[in-house]
Design a protein around this ligand. Structure first.
Ligand code: GYE
Length: 312
């Protein structure tokens, strides 16, 4: 029999499917687009009640949010985990409460039985595509035999987006004896931190050829730091710079001639998670790991018309 509290709960949500979304934070344009994708998909008209939590990039906040979703007995928990590790205990609690967990965006390093499935970008592949793009670009410039000094602005350390992009680019770096990684430091996926770290790189090294930014917003900060130091970047500049995500502002930076390339990571996971939940509701099985297709863009392309077609 239902308790009075449960009955009240049912009445409040009606036939709506209650979804708790433990979001990372609001650190980047990508993240804003991702939040917007969930908020516009998980609406009452679409049969949902969304409980949204912004963890401000802190795992402890996300764990608290998941526990509160369990307490509220939501129908599904969706998590975009800040980092990969440290989730066993809270996922076990969700499992014991019988609440299915869906992972989206970043991955978790946990036993597969603790979640239904994951959907997101292939971060290792993104890093490898970027590395191969750089090799081709240097070759086209006749610089493939030169010594190339590289620095990396890393994302949040331990986030699967950081781990994968660092690893993927590193796989290509290994194939080029003349490429040297001078330094790698985290810019926490934010523009402000990206700028700060780039300022310190520019003070430590006067011969940087390439900046790898593990998201667009850190590249925007780095571009400001490079200009403030009296240097230039982009296709006609002193320093080659590229980043991951390919949000609209990255197209503006490429069109302005400040950014060389952007490697796409698609943030529009709301409809994908909606589809997964609809399948689970019907008792259908879902694929455990679901990678989203991604492209890349550089200044050799017709960026104005590509940008006009983009949703984020
Ligand atoms: O690249 C970055 C955001 O996890 C793929 O998180 C996501 C990353 C994205 O802060 O901009």
């Amino acid at each position: 029999a239902e308790t009075e509290a449960e009955a009240k709960d049912d009445a409040a949500s009606g036939d709506l499917i209650v979804v708790g979304y433990a979001q990372v934070g609001a650190e980047s344009d990508w993240r804003t687009a991702n939040t917007e994708s969930f908020k516009s998909t998980f609406t009452e008209e679409n049969g949902y009640k969304l409980i949204f939590d912004d963890a401000q990039q802190k795992q402890e906040n996300q764990i608290k949010a998941i526990r509160s979703f369990i307490q509220q007995d939501v129908d599904y928990i969706v998590v975009a985990p800040v980092v990969e590790t440290g989730w066993e205990a809270v996922l076990q609690e969700a499992q014991e409460a019988g609440i299915p967990v869906i992972l989206s965006d970043r991955q978790m390093d946990v036993d597969e039985s603790l979640y239904e499935c994951w959907v997101g970008g292939n971060f290792i592949k993104e890093g490898e595509i970027a590395g191969n793009w750089l090799a081709d670009y240097l070759k086209a410039q006749g610089r493939d035999g030169e010594d190339i000094n590289i620095v990396t602005l890393q994302g949040t350390i331990g986030a699967s987006a950081q781990v994968g992009r660092t690893e993927g680019f590193g796989n290509i770096l290994k194939q080029h004896d003349n490429w040297k990684m001078l330094d790698m430091q985290t810019g926490e996926f934010t523009q402000a931190k990206g700028q700060e770290v780039m300022e310190s790189f520019l003070k430590s090294y006067d011969d940087i050829d390439v900046v790898v930014a593990e998201n667009d917003n850190m590249a925007f900060g780095a571009i400001d730091a490079i200009k403030a130091a009296g240097k230039t970047c982009g296709p006609d500049g002193d320093i080659i710079i590229f980043s991951f995500d390919a949000v609209k502002a990255a197209f503006d930076a490429m069109i302005a001639g400040d950014l060389n390339a952007a490697f796409e990571c698609n943030p529009l996971h709301g409809p994908r998670v909606d589809e997964i939940i609809k399948k689970l509701e019907k008792g259908e099985t879902v694929e455990k790991i679901q990678y989203v297709d991604e492209a890349y863009f550089d200044t050799s392309m017709d960026l104005e018309s590509i940008k006009a077609e983009r949703a984020y």
